[in-house]
Design a binder for this molecule. Structure first.
Ligand code: 5RP
Length: 253
């Protein structure tokens, strides 16, 4: 459930600054995970709304939290021009709400990219790609001035890597890349039956403690046959809206 905005607050929290806005559930109740996703989706709309113009293009991510955002965004669809989608599924949902979806190549400026994540650390580094859309997500995020990440608190970790790191791979390179990933000390697992929107396959890298996310992101992208990997560290989130049972917290580095 989503209720009123609270005034600005500043609290120390493992290196992240918590600032306004916050949502709070009605007195005496705690939000469920679904309600937290709804709450952060609405918080994201409130966050971007003041800076939207008639000609603004909004970049939109993929996943269950991003779906909540799309539904909330539809309520203000007259406040911006169009969206760019990070997956076919997102494009379909946006169009279903009557929101125009543009090819990224037709867009030179984008103020916001709003998307979920599978994990985030205190330095705003992310693991993404649980839904298999990591490559398009990373491309759309690269164009946006601000990456607004929307998550519930279950995604927060001190060290990335408990969530298996997705790596999108050209199909003919699957075994080669798998051997290279295993040599890094992780356990690559082929995501059976999944073909990405780009026609590629995904290897999920299990059991890897990610001590230096930026270095690993670059290292993985240098393996021949890798299209991209789910570390968003070289370009992490700029702001994280995190749902907690008590409300939404806004985190900035
Ligand atoms: C899809 C993603 C999603 O953002 C990530 O998997 C989180 O999804 P959800 O909001 O359903 O938990 O990276 O590729």
């Amino acid at each position: 459930m989503v209720s009123a905005w609270l005034p600005s607050v500043y609290k120390g929290n493992a290196g992240l600054r918590i600032i306004t806005p916050q949502f709070e559930p009605a007195t005496g109740t705690e939000m469920t995970q679904d309600e937290m996703k709804q709450a952060v989706a609405h918080a994201a709309v409130e966050y971007i709304k003041p800076r939207l113009r008639d000609d603004s293009i909004v970049g939109v991510g993929t996943g269950s939290t991003a779906n909540c955002f799309i539904d909330a965004l539809a309520q203000i669809k007259d406040r911006f021009a169009a969206a760019v989608a990070s997956s076919e599924a997102t494009a379909e949902r946006l169009r279903g709400h009557g929101i125009e979806v543009l090819d990224l190549n037709a867009v030179s400026e984008m103020e916001f990219y709003v998307d979920g994540a599978d994990e985030f650390d205190p330095h705003m580094n992310l693991i993404k790609g649980g839904g298999g859309a990591l490559t398009r997500e990373k491309i759309v995020a690269a164009v946006a001035r601000e990456f607004v990440c929307i998550v519930d608190q279950s995604k927060r970790v001190d060290l990335l890597g408990a969530f298996p790191l997705p790596v999108e791979v050209i199909p003919m390179a699957r075994s080669h890349v798998g051997r290279k990933l295993a040599a890094l000390g992780g356990q690559p697992v082929y995501r059976e039956g999944v073909v990405t929107d780009n026609g590629n396959v995904i290897l999920d890298l299990h059991d890897l403690e990610i001590l230096d996310p930026k270095a690993l992101e670059v290292q993985l992208n240098n393996i021949v046959g890798v299209v991209t990997n789910g570390l968003f560290a070289c370009r992490g989130a700029d702001v994280i809206l995190m749902g907690t049972p008590e409300g939404v917290e806004t985190l900035k580095a």
